[in-house]
Design a protein around this ligand. Structure first.
Ligand code: ATP
Ligand code: MG
Length: 474
């Protein structure tokens, strides 16, 4: 380049002076522009706030921000505080501050003495432990490795912590703190310290010689609905409600636990939620049919399954796989029709299903009444609505709380009058029958392929249906 005259870059005094002038003009222009934008924003804010102008989140309007490009839209993220960005020592910060919480160092798991394992399953580990300082008994739950997160953030673990931290309800298990083991680089060394609860409903149901009384079932269901209503009011979907995730203490109080599948959702819910959620036996038909847009009704379906399980002490719909689960659902709740579930054909897996043709006299409706002959009509009506195939027809948890079933005799039993059960978790590991595990994040939902349900109800015609009863003719 040498010899080709002056360089393009400023390298003599004239150039430098011209450059400095250009810079000054540019800065002045920028200042005027920012000033104009600021005025405009003030006017907009005054117009939006109206006469009763309450303090609102919004862009900072401090002078020290003048050289910043004008904000085009309302800034929702907190601004950096003035000292970081301003060299003006007198600049007073008029920023609205956001409560962000602070990060503190987690205490060590060494602050607890392990007493006994409660559960050591395929993925999880939960133990009973004692706080060395206070002597308080707690449950320690080790966060699970999530295969999808191996090299990244443990999303489900973080969600579980976040949601439990935010919850404060008597029917939701309490998180006392999060503690860490020696090797803090692995998620498996992070533990949730939870309030210790003596039983889980699954272990109780498997061991109890007599089923729960109707009054006890009502109390349990009211508490479950109350906890679920709290979650749903706070935009949380649990997505894995089942009896082993419901804890019961010796004072008859039920606590919803295991938020490993839970997540916050808005209204309307995001269009593409994980399809593979909820343990198979408690999974709603819309999920089995491939819905990725779903809402609170999936938890209400699980509540219906739990209701059935409380009545018989057996899980209600024990499918061996997705197709078998769907078969059992249709057998119990009836086949979907344009009347019972108008939007059903639009679900991804519904197209491949062959359903029996409509025939006069063909009985393909719900058999819930027949399956629970001792349940009152109000009980059947509640169970029928919770297990409605169409998610839009299931009641919300708040509506469930108001159901007639809970007002009829026998009235719900007072929690304090609940029977006590020997606590397995208090002494030894809880042993349970093998049941399907919760789905693992990142796993693919099974393809249903083309499924033939056309023979599902052959034989039903031979059932004679009376007032509330269904007799099978042999
Ligand atoms: N706070 C607690 N107090 C007493 N026992 C508890 C507590 N939390 C969990 N458990 C017991 O540990 C079991 C497993 O806990 P949890 O469901 O939270 O873990 P998980 O590993 O996510 O389970 P899974 O994947 O099997 O659903 C529960 O079924 C219950 O028996
Ligand atoms: Mg669980």
């Amino acid at each position: 380049m040498a010899g080709k005259g002056k360089s393009r870059w400023a390298d003599d005094e004239d150039d430098l002076a011209a450059e400095a002038q250009r810079k000054r003009e540019k800065e002045e222009k920028k200042r005027l522009k920012a000033e104009k934008a600021r005025k405009q924003e003030e006017e907009n804010a005054a117009r939006e706030a109206g006469p009763s102008s309450a303090p609102r989140e919004g862009p900072a309007r401090d002078d020290e921000y003048e050289d910043r490009p004008p904000a085009k839209r309302r800034r929702l993220s907190p601004e950096r505080t003035a000292p970081e960005v301003s060299s003006n020592p007198n600049a007073s910060s008029k920023l609205l501050r956001f409560e962000g919480g602070t990060f503190g160092r987690s205490r060590s798991v060494e602050n607890y003495n392990k007493l006994n394992d409660i559960e050591e399953g395929a993925y999880g580990w939960v133990a009973r432990a004692q706080d060395r300082d206070t002597g308080k008994i707690v449950a320690l739950k080790r966060l699970k490795i999530d295969p999808k997160d191996r090299s990244g953030l443990p999303v489900t673990g973080l969600r579980e912590i976040q949601i439990l931290k935010d919850c404060d309800h008597k029917n939701v298990v309490k998180l006392r703190e999060v503690v860490v083991g020696d090797d803090t680089t692995t998620i498996e060394n992070i533990f949730l310290v939870l309030e210790f609860v003596e039983h889980d409903l699954k272990s109780i149901l498997e061991d109890m010689p007599e089923p729960f009384l109707a009054s006890e079932i009502k109390t349990l269901l009211l508490q479950l609905a109350s906890g679920v209503a709290y979650l749903h009011d706070n935009w949380i979907l649990h997505r894995d409600l089942k009896t082993s995730n419901l804890l019961l203490n010796n004072r008859g109080q039920l606590k919803i636990a295991d938020f490993g599948m839970a997540r916050y959702v808005g209204d309307p819910p995001p269009p593409k939620l994980t399809q593979l959620v909820v343990t198979l036996w408690y999974r709603a038909p819309e999920l089995l049919l491939g819905a990725t847009r779903y809402g609170r009704a999936i938890d209400m379906w699980s509540v219906g399954c739990i209701f059935g399980e409380l009545l018989t002490r057996e899980p209600l719909l024990q499918g061996k796989n997705e197709v078998d689960e769907l078969t059992r659902i249709f057998e119990l709740c009836g086949l979907p029709t344009d009347e019972t579930w108008p939007s059903f054909r639009r679900l991804p897996n519904a197209r491949a299903l062959r359903l029996p043709p409509k025939q006069p006299g063909h009985v393909a409706g719900s058999s819930i009444r027949a399956r629970f002959p001792l349940l009152t009509s109000a009980g059947v009506s509640l169970l029928n609505s919770l297990l409605a195939l169409d998610p839009d027809r299931r009641p919300s948890a708040r509506e469930m709380l108001e159901h007639e079933y809970f007002r009829q005799d026998p009235k719900p039993k007072q929690e304090a009058m609940f029977p006590t059960f020997p606590s397995k978790a208090g002494q030894e590991r809880r042993r349970r029958k093998q049941t399907p595990l919760a789905p693992v994040r990142g796993q693919q939902a099974a393809e249903l392929g083309s499924v033939d349900f056309s023979g599902l109800f052959s034989g039903r015609e031979r059932e004679e249906r009376g007032g509330g009863f269904s007799l099978r003719m042999v």
